[in-house]
Structure formats: C-alpha cells, structure tokens
Write a protein that binds this ligand. Structure first.
Ligand SMILES: Nc1ncnc2c1ncn2[C@@H]1O[C@H](COP(=O)(O)OP(=O)(O)OP(=O)(O)O)[C@@H](O)[C@H]1O
Length: 582
C-alpha cells in the first residue's frame, strides 16, 4: 500500500512540476498526451488485465468528448453540473460497453478476434455518424463554441485537473490489481476454464473490465473537450483507436503506468519529430512490431525487470489468514440424476439415452473402455457440452439451460482430466481464487480482506505433511510437476466445499505413493463432508480402493451398476472388457 501511495505521489509531483520547468505551452502539450494516455490506460486495462483487445476505444473517448462539449455549451459554466454531467456520460459509456461485452462474450469461451473486430466496426460507424450529422456534431468542422470546464484556461488552470484525473485513474488501476477483482482478472487470462468451474462468469468479468476501460476513456475524452476547445470526428475515429493500442503496447499493457508512458513518450516525440524526420510513422510502426514480437510487456516490463535486478522490489508481507465465510456450494442438496440423456458432437452420437442415478453421498467410480463417453457425461453435467435430449436434475432442480459457471452454486465442482490450474499465478494466488469461489458476495471483489480467506478443506490439505503444496506457495503453478499440479487442482476443487465432486482420472501421471495419497484425500473429504464424489478411472486398483459403487459405461449408455465385484461378474461387462479395451 505504501509503495502505491509513493508512486502516485511521485507521479503527481513530477507532472505538476512540468509547467514550472517547461512553461505553459509544454504543459498544454503534455496535458493532451496525458489525456490520450488515460484513454490508453483504459485499453491497457482491457487488453493487459482482461485479456481481450478493444480495437475501437476511441468510441468512448469521442462520446465523452462530444458529450462534455454539448453539456458545456448547454450549461455555460456551472461547475458542479458540468462535473456531474461528465461523470454521468462516463457511466453511460461504461454501461454501453458492459452491454456490448455481455452480448459478445455470453456463452462463448475465449477472447478471440471477434470482439476486437466488432469494436473496430463500431468505431468506424461512430466516426461516420460524427462526420455526416453536422447539426448534431458539427460534422467535419467539429463541435466548438463552448466554454472550457469551470472557465479554466487550457494553457493554465486545466492542467492540474488533468493531472488529478491521471493520478486518480492510475491509483484506481493499481489498487484494483491488489484486490480480489484484480486477481480474478489475472485468473481469467491465465485459465478461463478453471475460473468458470470456480463459479465466476467469464463474460461478466470481461464485461466489467470493458466497462471500466470505456469509463476511463470517456473521462479522458470529457476533459479533452475543454483542453482542445473543439471536438472533431478524429476524436472518435479509427486512427486514434489504433494509436491507443500502440501506446498501450509500447508503454506496457500489463502495468497501469505503461500506457501513460507510451502515450506521453510517443505522442510528444511524434509532435516534435513528425515534421522533421522522414518516415517517422514507419519508425513508430516498427517499434510497435518489435514490441508485439519480442517484448510483449512493453517498456514497463523492462523497467520492472531492472528494478527487480537491482533488488529494489519489496516482498509483500503475508497477512495471517481469516476464516472464509460459508460457501453457497456447501448448502446445495439433492442427488444427481441423468435420465435418457442424448448428446451428439461433431456428428457423433456420444451419449445415447444415458441414464444414471448417483447416490447423495459416497463415492461412485465410473469405468468403461476408451471413448465410452465418461468425460462427456461430466461435460454434460457441467454444461460444457449442450445436451440435446433427456434431463439432468439435482434433487428437485433441473440443470438444463444452466451455464458452467452456475454449477458451483448448485454444489457441483469438477477436476479436469488434464489438470487445469492458473499456471501464471503462484500456488497461493491459485488457492486465494479458490477461496473466493462460491463465497464472494456484494462488493467483496473490491475489499482486500477476502484475499486472506482460508477455507476448511484447504487448511486441512496445507496442514497435511504428505500434501506437497505448503512448501512452495510462492512458486508459479505453471512450473509444478504433474503430480503436484493434480493436488493443487484437487485443493481448488474442494475449497468451495462442494456437495458433488467430479474427479476425472485424478491420479493420471502420479507415482504409486501419490496415487495412494489421492485416494486417502478423496476418502477423507467424503467422510468429513458427507458429499457425493464421482470418479472416472481406468486403474482398477484405485477403483477397488475408492468405490462404494461402480457404474460401467459403454457406447454412451450405462451398461451395469453395483459393487465392483458385482459389475465384474456381469457377463455384458466381461464381454466389453474382453473385447480388447482397458
Ligand atoms: N466435443 C467433441 N466433439 C466431437 N467428438 C467428441 C467430443 N468430445 C468427445 N468426443 C468423442 O466422443 C467419444 C467419447 O469421448 P469421451 O472423452 O467422453 O470418452 P471417455 O470414455 O472419457 O474416454 P477416455 O477414457 O479415453 O477418456 C470419443 O470418441 C471422443 O472422440
């Protein structure tokens, strides 16, 4: 916290010195690049933190600028009315962005080019409207003839207001990084699938990030109107959108200060050198290309690495853990039933009128030859693949039409066949995210204390001397060996205290000792919580050690259920396994 305040105070002091050292004209020039920099910070937030690239963020900068110009003209200098109106415009832009992102990201995984292209199309449309509606926007000539905010001189009094905006935005973005909201965003980029299984709706997380990005852009745009005294279609055009992306990339999109640095450095150098250095734009494009290819973290990444090499980074002290509040997943009730479930994908019938009733408590092992549809059954339950016929119910609740991220609130958690952990985060951060799962309420994402939550299942695992997690909490999860990764994913799966745990080949890639440990941990969890656990497994020793009951799947149908001894005696099962499968 202290370092955040120091950095922002230094930023404010450095920027406020500009008019003293360089005069009003330099401050006016820097003020413009700072406003562009704030808008680029919005782009950096969406791209670097949210993992999706908005190609048309000048839309919100322009809406902020035109909106503020119109308000300033209509109200003729009433300061508080103007400020309230500008804040309202920024909120409206954020709401617009939220809606756009929800529409585009809903029901889709990934943050691919579709979103970027739509935002590009939107800014092209907006620029066209601005050019062709002179009655509203002043057309090509621009919107002018309004007083600046509070009558502040763009060459004098407005500059401290711009600096205040810069510091407020930088401080907010830096603080968000230290709060659960920032961790959730990092989780989104690191492993969207796991985040969704932990009960976070990726499309909503992205929508909030895009709303923040748009609101920041609109605030910058609203001061730009006063700074320039005129708003032209360039303020809402594609060129500015592209420049915001270049500044964010070159300065460093992963850091709140990076885009600001990029905008001021490139913007100022461009204004000084564009007319004297031939091919200046080509040079900027070349730098952009080099950054994209060789230095994705931009200039701020180099600066951070330099600071780390000099040993100037302070290690954050870990505050003692707090008991986590009750989990919604622990309150869910009812046995899971699949009734005549049919599922086809890629033209292949995978589940063929599959019916299976799970016990409300105990361990059910699902076995069957390769390709029998075991993993697909879990995909159907967790809504990762759409079911075409039949019903899946949990107690009295139908799971039909629900999304993957809603499953945790129904008490369902899943460990994947290939362990999915947040590879770019430390083990501690992985467990912090899992502690938030199913427990966050209201404004918890914006409070620091939820990062200290510790859940009963994770506390037990960390205290267990055989579980290889407690010693390396500050290591990146991406460097864990396969066995340790399985335990980390198990810890994250159990952390929300789910009533129904689905473990897909939990011992894959493990040594015999690790496999034994996995069996013990699954058994312990079942006994401590009375939950139902479904384990998909090929290893019959493990099935023997774990199963209260066994279900055999074959060609997308339930072939037999009963104890392991019973299904072994079943002639149909014997025939399937004698057919050369595992
Ligand atoms: N999304 C999909 N699109 C097309 N085919 C799929 C899809 N998912 C699974 N399949 C196919 O469905 C069949 C069943 O796959 P599934 O992974 O459910 O089998 P499994 O019983 O878990 O096998 P294994 O024990 O080898 O993991 C396989 O032939 C697989 O290739």
């Amino acid at each position: 916290m202290g370092s955040i305040v120091t950095v922002n105070l230094a930023l404010a002091a450095g920027l406020l010195l500009v008019p003293w050292l360089g005069g009003d004209f330099l401050a006016w020039q820097i003020g413009l690049f700072l406003l562009y920099g704030v808008a680029a910070q919005g782009v950096g937030f969406a791209w670097g933190r949210g993992g999706f690239l908005p190609l048309g963020n000048a839309l919100f900068f322009g809406l902020g600028a035109y909106g503020a110009a119109a308000v300033l003209k209509a109200t003729e200098g009433a300061l508080w009315v103007n400020l309230a109106a500008m804040a309202l415009i920024a909120l409206l832009c954020a709401a617009l962005a939220f809606g756009i992102a929800l529409l585009l990201f809903r029901g889709r995984m990934g943050s691919g080019p579709g979103f970027s292209l739509v935002t590009l199309a939107l800014v092209l449309i907006a620029a066209q409207i601005a050019e062709t509606t002179p009655a509203l926007t002043g057309g090509f000539n621009g919107f002018s003839g309004y007083p600046p905010l509070a009558g502040l001189d763009p060459f004098g009094g407005l500059y401290p207001v711009i600096v205040a905006l810069v510091v407020a935005v930088t401080l907010s973005l830096t603080l968000i990084e230290r709060l659960p909201a920032g961790l959730i965003l990092r989780g989104l980029v690191a492993q969207e699938e796991r985040l969704e299984l932990l009960g976070f709706a990726p499309h909503r997380v992205k929508a909030w990030a895009f709303a923040g990005s748009a609101g920041i852009g609109a605030l910058a745009g609203s001061l730009y109107a006063s700074h320039q005294g005129i708003v032209t279609p360039q303020a809402i055009g594609f060129m500015l959108s592209a420049e915001l992306v270049i500044w964010a990339a070159v300065g460093g999109r992963f850091s709140p200060l990076g885009p600001l640095l990029g905008a001021v450095a490139i913007g100022w150098a461009s204004s000084a050198l564009r007319d004297t250095v031939a091919w200046w734009e080509v040079g900027v494009a070349a730098v952009f290309l080099l950054v994209v290819l060789l230095q994705p973290g931009g200039a701020m990444d180099l600066i951070h690495r330099g600071i780390a090499r000099l040993g100037l980074t302070r290690r954050r002290r870990d505050a003692p853990p707090l008991p986590a509040p009750p989990s919604r997943a622990a309150a869910a009730r009812g046995p899971l039933r699949l009734c005549d479930v049919g599922l086809s994908a890629g033209g292949i019938r995978i589940l063929d009128r599959l019916s299976l009733a799970l016990p409300e408590a105990g361990i059910l092992c699902v076995i069957g030859p390769n390709g029998a549809g075991k993993t697909t059954m879990l995909n159907a339950v967790t809504a990762r693949l759409p079911v075409q016929s039949g019903q899946i119910t949990l107690g009295a609740v139908s799971l039909g039409g629900k999304a993957t991220w809603q499953m945790l609130d129904h008490g369902i958690a899943r460990k994947m066949q290939i362990p999915t952990v947040f590879g770019a985060l430390t083990l501690r951060e992985n467990l912090q995210l899992a502690a938030l799962a199913g427990r966050m309420r209201g404004l918890d994402a914006l409070r620091p204390s939820p990062l200290r939550w510790q859940t009963p299942p994770v506390a037990r695992l960390l205290a267990d001397p055989e579980v290889p997690l407690a010693a390396g909490l500050d290591k990146d999860a991406g460097h864990l060996p396969q066995g340790h990764r399985q335990f980390l994913e198990l810890a994250m799966t159990l952390s929300p205290e789910p009533r129904l745990v689905m473990l897909d080949e939990p011992a894959a890639g493990m040594s015999p000792a690790e496999t034994q440990l996995m069996v013990r941990l699954a058994r312990d969890y079942q006994q401590q919580t009375g939950a139902a656990i479904v384990v998909i497994e090929h290893d019959m020793h493990l099935v023997d050690a774990l199963a209260d009951e066994v279900a055999v799947l074959h060609q997308g149908r339930t072939l037999a259920t009963g104890s392991l001894a019973e299904v072994r005696r079943d002639p149909l099962v014997a025939a399937v396994y004698a057919g050369g499968h595992k």
